[in-house]
Design a protein. Structure first.
Length: 117
């Protein structure tokens, strides 16, 4: 039952954080930030937010912007969600997306080689 609550909170935080970052913050460093997924700890006190940025050169700026705005984001989460405790937010780059794209490119190249042979 606890795992089900954590999974529901993961989804809820993902949706709410995406909305807050995209529409409610006025930091130019966060314009291209996309929240990929959220993982909440089992005690629901901490949440790791995995994000991507379209321009790879702006990753560090985006991370700095998110870290600077983390208290504001947490306050907005507390206002919009009815939780006993609002989790502390930890932001990390999502490294799975570039890996997945690379694998898809390799598969596509091999498929083209196979079709042309």
């Amino acid at each position: 039952m606890q795992q089900h609550r954590v999974e529901r909170l993961n989804k809820l935080l993902h949706q709410t954080l995406s909305t807050i970052i995209e529409f409610e913050l006025r930091d130019s460093r966060l314009e291209e930030v996309h929240v990929e997924y959220v993982i909440v700890s089992s005690d629901m006190r901490d949440a790791t937010v995995f994000f991507t940025v379209m321009d790879e050169e702006k990753k560090l700026d985006a991370l700095a912007g998110l870290n600077n705005a983390s208290k504001v984001i947490r306050k907005k989460l507390a206002d919009s969600l009815n939780l006993r405790y609002t989790p502390r937010l930890h932001f990390k780059f999502d490294t799975q997306e570039p890996k997945a794209q690379h694998i898809e490119e390799i598969i596509e190249e091999e498929r083209k080689k196979y079709e042309s042979a």
